[in-house]
Design a binder for this molecule. Structure first.
Ligand code: 5GP
Length: 194
């Protein structure tokens, strides 16, 4: 087991509705040392790519993306959730359905911060059905930027997102892939990775 899988086993809590709570170390209280280790691990995996920006989505993606951007020495850009219907032409816009809140948000990134010279690493905390990643992919594509890869802390491998994104032929790296979890027993099983 790697460091993140070990931490999930120790402190992750399985909730009904296929939700894994990691709010004691990632999503609410944050373990900064663990986040630093996550940053180093994504850097190790993607350092061959000439990344110019890390792209994520607010709010919980920012915590993961920060140490990654720091390791690469590049800016972090996060897509903002917007209620505004008057989004002007200065923004890239995508629709994202929230897995945890079950509502739909428009997410926006200013055209000032992404362009066709950028080579992007997309990062997020969880991958479930893939809506958040597809929104971020769509924003990067609108900017004409090159997507070098996608880095996820925790993929729930029993939901469709991972398959959808890999079928699009992107390089997707997940530090932990949960293949099964049981809200009654609290049991969590991980996919074996190299
Ligand atoms: P997707 O768009 O892939 O369906 O869901 C990904 C987003 O939903 C992530 O940005 C994450 O914030 C949230 N999410 C999905 N599944 C979980 C989960 O099991 N636990 C937590 N804490 N967040 C989740």
């Amino acid at each position: 087991m790697n460091f993140l899988e070990e931490r999930i086993m120790k402190d992750g809590v399985v909730k009904p509705g296929n939700v894994l709570k990691v709010d004691s170390f990632l999503n609410h209280q944050m373990d900064i040392e663990l986040l630093d280790e996550i940053g180093k691990e994504f850097h190790r995996r993607f350092k061959g790519a000439d990344i110019t920006k890390v792209l994520t989505i607010e709010a919980s993606g920012i915590a993961i993306a920060y140490p990654v951007a720091k390791e690469f020495g590049v800016p972090l850009v996060f897509a903002k959730k917007s209620k505004s219907i008057n989004i002007d032409g200065d923004m890239y816009v995508a629709d994202v359905e929230s897995f945890t809140h079950k509502n739909k948000n428009q997410v926006i990134v200013s055209k000032k911060f992404l362009n066709s010279d950028d080579r992007i690493l997309i990062v997020d905390d969880f991958l479930a059905n893939g809506c958040a990643l597809q929104g971020l992919i769509s924003i990067a594509e609108s900017a004409g930027a090159k997507i070098e890869g996608l880095g996820i802390a925790i993929e729930k491998g029993f939901q469709i997102g991972g398959r959808v994104i890999r079928n699009l032929n992107y390089r997707l790296e997940s530090l932990a892939i949960v293949d099964g979890m049981n809200a009654e027993t609290g049991e969590i099983t991980f996919r074996k990775q190299d």
